[in-house]
Structures are given as C-alpha cells and as structure tokens.
Design a protein around this ligand. Structure first.
Ligand SMILES: Nc1nc2c(c(=O)[nH]1)N[C@H]1C(S)=C(S)[C@@H](COP(=O)(O)OP(=O)(O)OC[C@H]3O[C@@H](n4cnc5c(=O)[nH]c(N)nc54)[C@H](O)[C@@H]3O)O[C@H]1N2
Ligand SMILES: Nc1nc2c(c(=O)[nH]1)N[C@H]1C(S)=C(S)[C@@H](COP(=O)(O)OP(=O)(O)OC[C@H]3O[C@@H](n4cnc5c(=O)[nH]c(N)nc54)[C@H](O)[C@@H]3O)O[C@H]1N2
Ligand code: SF4
Ligand SMILES: [Mo]
Length: 674
C-alpha cells in the first residue's frame, strides 16, 4: 500500500507516493495539483536519504579534550543537555540559552520549539534560518500589504499573466516542476522576463533576460517606474482607491532616467525601455522575487521597489497578476508563522503585542508576564554566542549553520565558544560534528506533520515507514526537555494534537490555522490559510489600502576596489539542496564539490581554463575550487554554489536594517589562478 505524502525538500512540497516498509520507493501522485506527479531529481531520489550507514541512531556525546564521540543512552544525553542548560542559565539568566530552528521543520515542530523557548526555557533568544531565506520579502510585504504570505495566490495563476517578471529566481533549477507554468504561459502568448546576472536555465526560457550587476535590482525598479510615469502607464484610479503614498514614490523615481539606470545596473538603457514598454502595455503583469533580489543588505527595500512597480500598474489583487515571493525551504512559509522567530508568537502574532501575549499565554496556561520579549535575529544571535552578554548554550534543530551562515569562519568560532552546543539531526552534519551532544531524530517519511508550501497551502506529510530503533521525533525530544526542565505546560508529542493546539494559538492572528484539520487537508489536497487568493478587494492594513513606501538605491555594502575588483555571488545548483547535509549523502545525486563559475574574458585574463583551480578571496576568507568557464555570466562577476563548505567563508555579514537578512548575494572578491 502506498502513502500520499510530500517531498522532503523545497517549498513546492511536491506530492509523492511512498511504498515499501523498510526503505521507501517514490512514485508519482498525479492528483496532487501543485506538481501533478512531476518531481525533480532530488524528489525522485529522496529514498536515498535512507543511505543507512550515515544515519544517526544513537545519542552521541563528544569529549572536548580528545574530540572523541561516544554513544550514550537517551537518559544520559538528555541529563547532560539539561545540566548544561541549567549551568548556562544560572550564570547568565534565562537568556543564557539560545534556540536555533529551521524553515524545513514542520509547523508542529516550529510551534513546539517556540513554546519550548518561551515557556520551558524562558529565553528570548530564539531565531531560525528563515531569516536567511525570505525575511526581506516578508518584511516588505508586511509593510506594504499588511500581511505576509509568499504567494498570495496559487502558483498556477502564473499561467494567466501576460508578462511574468522573475527578479532573482532560477526556478528551473530551484523548483523545476514549476517550469511548466512558464511554458504554458508562453504557449498562450504571454512573455517571461528574467533578471539575473547569469543566463540560467530559467533565463533560457525568457523572452527578455536582463543581466544586472549584483545588488542593483532596486535601481532597475526605479528606472522602470520612471518610464511608466513618463509614458502615462500608471493606473491612477487604482492608486487613488487602493493605495497611499504614491506621490512620494513617484517623486523618488523622478531622477532615474534610463541612462542613469544603465550606469548603475550595467543594463543597456534600451533594454530598460523595452521592459517598461512591455509592462506598461500589458493587462496582467506579475512580479515574483526570489533570493537573487532579496539576499542583500538592501533586500527589503528592493522588494518594496518592485511592489511599487506592481502597485503603480494597478496589478495587486488582480487575477493572474500582482506580486509574490517564491519561498524556499520546505516549510519556508509555515516556519515563519508559528513562533520560532525572535519577534513572534504563533499565528504570525507579534511578541510585543499585549493582546497577542495574553491570547497565546492563555492557550499555554501561563501568565502573559512570564513570556519573554523579542530576542536577537539569526545572525546577531550567532554573533553573540559566547560573548559576555550572549548565550553560552544553544540547541539547534533543522539548520547546518557551519555551512550556510554568512562569514562562516567567524560563526564557527562563535559556536565553538559555547559551553554547550546541542544538535538534533538525522546525520552528522558539519554543525553536529562540532557539537557536544547530538540527538538522532526521525525524518520526513518516518513521521507525520504539516508543511505550508509557497502558496500558503497547508499540506500533510504522512508517516510511511517505521523509523530505525534508537531515534526519537523532534516533538518527543522537545517534550522530554520541557519535562526535565520542570515545565508545567503540556508538550504533546502526537503531531495531530500539536496541530490542534497550534490552531487554537493561531486563532484570530494574521495566519489563522484554527479551521484547518488533518482530515480537511487530506480531503482537499491541502488547505490555503486566509483563502486561495488575497487582496482582491482590500489589503490587510486597517484602512484596507496598500502602503507605497519610497525607497532609495544604496547599492551593495561592499563595492569592488583595486584589491577586490570582482563581484562574488552565490546560490544553488539543481542536484544539491542547501547545506548539502541531506543531498550530499544521496548516492544517486552528483556530488562534484564546489566550483567557481566565471566568464571567458575574466578566465582569459587570469589564464585559467575549465577544471583548473581558482582561488577566490574576500575580506573575510578564501577558498579554492575548479573553474567552470561559461559565457552565461557577467564578466565582472563570479558565482559559487553554497552547498559545500567554502562559499560562506567569503560572504558578507552586512545585514538589511529591516529584515536582518545577510548579504549572501554580493560582495567584493579577488580571483586568481591557484
Ligand atoms: N536545487 C535546489 N533547489 C532549491 C534549494 C536548493 O538548495 N537547491 N533551496 C530552496 C531554498 S531554501 C530557496 S531559498 C530557493 C532559492 O531559489 P532561487 O532564489 O531561485 O535560488 P538562488 O540560486 O539562491 O538564486 C537565484 C538566482 O539569483 C541570481 N542572483 C545573484 N545575485 C543577484 C542579484 O543581485 N540580482 C538578481 N536579480 N539576481 C541575482 C543568481 O545568479 C541565481 O541564479 O530554492 C529552493 N530550492
Ligand atoms: N552563500 C549562501 N549562503 C546561504 C544561501 C545562499 O543563497 N548563499 N541561502 C540561505 C538560505 S535561503 C537558506 S534557507 C539556508 C539553508 O541552510 P541550512 O539552514 O543549513 O539548511 P539545511 O541544509 O536544509 O539544513 C537542515 C539541517 O537540518 C537537518 N534536518 C532536516 N530535517 C530535519 C528535521 O525534521 N529535524 C531536525 N532536527 N533536523 C532536520 C538536515 O539534515 C540538515 O543538517 O542557507 C542560507 N545560506
Ligand atoms: S521541486 Fe522541490 S519539492 Fe519538488 S521534487 Fe524537487 S525538491 Fe522536491
Ligand atoms: Mo532558503
């Protein structure tokens, strides 16, 4: 018998069927609407996650002097964790212990983790890797629309657009089954625009590909807006009826004539004009941003600038048009709604809102006064570890920080400065490898729980196979820790029970799950929170209007200079996922290690050819990897994938002031033949 479930990886959460009791066999689940049976090669090979030998099946503790690991019982491991937490809190108060979560965790886990932090540990110091993913888009849409749901419409609406603008998305490699929507749109006569410093497989499918200098998307948006105003293409009636702030936004674009845009972005003025003409003349324009536009110290302003373009055209709320952010991690959406974020309580409530505190404290059966306030954001939290006023113990669930954090060498030193690092994982990730205690947990096909996909559709991953002996679920680990810490609040371990509690805690909040049940999800192929389409009639601000906010181009935090003359950008390849902790262990996926993508002109200057070692250095560190010489990248830019240790030794930890997103997508580098 086969079980209907979803892929262990990205935010498309493709439906799949699993059969086989010991090791799962993946087959298509044609009826699930988002992917209609299609999977990318990571999905097809997901059964390889059971690569046996590398799976952790016993709690492990590491001797700090010898570095040796020994297997211990769960009781001993948990006692050691609780003793370490107590010591940290005795020395530093409740905030002496930190919690770091992940956007790949189910809603139930994210919720339980936030509750563990606020109730059982009493710490404000919790945040998660979603801060490095879509936080810039989230902060922008909360300010402009008043509510954050990645796509405020089903993904298939893409097919109805006349022009689709993808700003910094390589979805042909990052969510391949979504490509069919692009193909259908073009079959209908619609056009696709891709804005990316590289001509990616996604850009190969575009009618117009603009290749900006990394970090200049905001200037391009201002230039487009300038031309829309000049050409009389803005929708004045919509702006009057549905928005506030248009005059300031219009004025902010006044000085962005195409030749100035060309100087800043490196995109020919005639291409800027072509884009504006295409947008101004189309009844349905849809703008989608992804990490290329967002992972910058100016990421949230960049998203605002593209939202302003969509609003000026009167598109937001119109079917087959508008603005959306393509989330990334499996539960990138739900993971940011239920309280593992430093400033947040379940239901996307704010932790500094007295009414929200009272409601959630009521569900948890605790005094609202006992709940801590907002804590540090992900990078700031990691940067404070081991500092006099920072946490000295940390619990990690669902992130491989050593590989994926910016300025990773420094972050790794901070992790090593902790008195206690505890990692719950499936495998010995690079972060687990420097922990004091590693707790082996169940994964994906071995457990049940909900995920919220990129469209805000809550889906159900169902247990299909029996976990190996020796592992426990994250929910069980959280509950055990809470009990040992003497918490009086209840921590259920049955996912459906946790989901029902999450529903009550989220009730009345911006992301209200109270009407969603496992049975409804099964019956309806997922349930959208807030409804299928948002903003058709009004926005989520009290006056129902969208806020247009004027933003200025600032550019990358680190500009090229004689010592570091090249732009470095980072991102993904199709066959690997994130820090690679999971996919590098799937034997049927290619694991060729990192590479440096560079243009023939640059390669010629350096005297390197494909396969030869290239050294890339920035103010923070260096790495060497084989060259991949391709004509598809800007000659002033190099690209390194971050699925292996290396890329993040180089990246800049400059943060966006609103979202606290690090600038993963651009810094200044020197490149040489190694
Ligand atoms: N294969 C695979 N798929 C994945 C993942 C994975 O690790 N592997 N991870 C998932 C997750 S968590 C996420 S967040 C998504 C990410 O999905 P995407 O955002 O599509 O992926 P990235 O490769 O990070 O970045 C997209 C593109 O941004 C471009 N870019 C770099 N700098 C700039 C810039 O300044 N401006 C513009 N306009 N573009 C720029 C890069 O060249 C790259 O092609 O993918 C999800 N899907
Ligand atoms: N240079 C550069 N760096 C980046 C990016 C970039 O574009 N460039 N992108 C950023 C983005 S968008 C993201 S999302 C991050 C992602 O980077 P990470 O936060 O490192 O994410 P993963 O590699 O998915 O790590 C998940 C870890 O949790 C484990 N795990 C999986 N499922 C579970 C579970 O259910 N429970 C527990 N306890 N563990 C589990 C996995 O084995 C793995 O070790 O990287 C960021 N870093
Ligand atoms: S696109 Fe994403 S969810 Fe779908 S099979 Fe690939 S990794 Fe899995
Ligand atoms: Mo992400």
């Amino acid at each position: 018998m086969a079980t209907d479930t979803h892929c262990p990886y990205c935010s498309l959460q493709c439906g799949m069927r699993l059969a086989g009791r010991r090791a799962p066999e993946v087959s298509a689940w044609e009826e699930f609407p988002v992917n209609q049976g299609a999977l990318c090669r990571k999905g097809w090979s997901a059964a390889g996650l059971y690569g046996g030998r590398e799976r952790l099946t016993s709690p492990l503790v590491r001797d700090r002097e010898t570095g040796e690991w020994s297997a211990v019982s769960w009781d001993d491991a948990l006692d050691r964790v609780v003793a370490g937490i107590r010591a940290a809190q005795a020395a530093k108060g409740p905030d002496g212990v930190a919690v770091f979560g992940g956007g790949g965790l189910t809603n139930e886990k994210a919720y339980a983790l936030g509750k563990l932090a606020r109730v059982a540990l009493g710490t404000s110091q919790i945040d998660y890797n979603g801060r490095w993913c879509m936080s810039s888009a989230a902060s922008a849409v909360i300010r402009s629309f008043g509510l954050d749901r990645g796509l405020p419409f089903p993904l298939a609406d893409v097919e109805e657009a006349d022009v689709l603008v993808l700003v910094g998305s390589n979805l042909a490699e990052t969510m391949p089954p979504a490509v069919r929507h692009l193909d259908r749109l073009r079959e209908r006569g619609g056009r696709v625009v891709v804005i990316d410093p590289r001509r990616t497989p996604t850009a190969d499918r575009a009618d117009l590909h603009l290749q900006p200098v990394p970090g200049t998307d905001l200037a391009l948006a201002l230039g487009v807006l300038h031309l829309l105003v000049a050409g009389g293409a803005v929708d004045e009636a919509y702006l009057t009826e549905r928005t506030t702030g248009w005059e300031q936004v219009r004025d902010s674009a006044a000085a962005w004539w195409p030749e100035r845009v060309e100087r800043v972005t490196g995109i020919d003025a005639h291409e800027v004009r072509a884009l504006a003409a295409m947008l101004g003349g189309s009844p349905r324009v849809m703008v989608l941003t992804a990490r290329g536009a967002e992972q910058h110290a100016t990421g949230s302003d960049t998203v605002l600038s593209w939202i302003n373009v969509a609003l000026a055209l009167g598109m937001v709320g119109k079917r087959g048009a508008g603005y959306g952010c393509l989330t990334g991690q499996g539960n990138g959406q739900g993971g940011r709604e239920h309280g593992q974020k430093a400033d947040q309580l379940p239901g996307y409530r704010r932790i500094d809102d007295p009414a929200a505190r009272a409601h959630v404290a009521g569900v948890w059966g605790v005094d609202p006064e006992s709940l801590p306030g907002p804590g540090r954001s992900a990078y700031e939290l990691l940067d404070a570890l081991g500092a006099p006023d920072g946490p000295s113990a940390m619990l990690v669930l669902g992130s491989n920080i050593v590989v994926s954090a910016p300025h990773a060498t420094q972050v790794t030193q901070r992790l090593e400065a902790l008195d206690l690092l505890v990692v719950c994982d499936i495998v010995m990730s690079e972060t687990a490898a420097i922990a004091d205690v590693v707790l082996p947990v169940t994964q994906w096909a071995e457990e049940t729980g909900t995920m919220t996909n990129l469209e805000g559709r809550v889906v159900l991953r169902q247990r299909a196979i029996t976990p190996p002996p020796g592992v426990r679920s994250d929910l069980e680990v959280i509950a055990e820790l809470a009990a040992r810490l003497g918490s009086e609040a209840s921590f259920p371990t049955d996912p459906e029970e946790v989901f029902a509690e999450l529903g009550r805690a989220s009730e009345g909040g911006p992301a209200d799950y109270s009407a969603i049940t496992y049975d409804r999800i099964r019956a309806e192929h997922g349930v959208f929170w807030g409804g299928e389409r948002l903003f058709a009639e009004s926005f989520a601000h009290p006056d129902g209007r969208a806020r247009m906010l004027a933003v200025e181009h600032r550019g990358a935090a680190e500009q090229p200079c004689p010592d570091y003359p090249i732009h470095l950008t980072t991102g993904r390849v199709l066959a690997q996922y994130q820090s690679g902790a999971q996919t590098r262990r799937v034997r049927s996926l290619p694991d060729d290690g990192p590479f440096v993508e560079l243009h023939p002109l640059l390669a010629g200057r350096l005297g390197v050819t494909t396969g030869e070692p290239v050294r890339v250095a920035t103010r923070r560190g260096e790495m060497t990897a084989p060259a991949r010489v391709v004509a598809t990248i800007r000659p002033d830019t190099v690209f390194v994938p971050f699925h292996w240790v290396g890329a993040n030794r180089l990246t800049n930890d400059a943060l966006d002031p609103a979202s606290r997103m690090p600038e993963f997508k651009v810094c200044a580098a020197s490149v040489a033949h190694a």
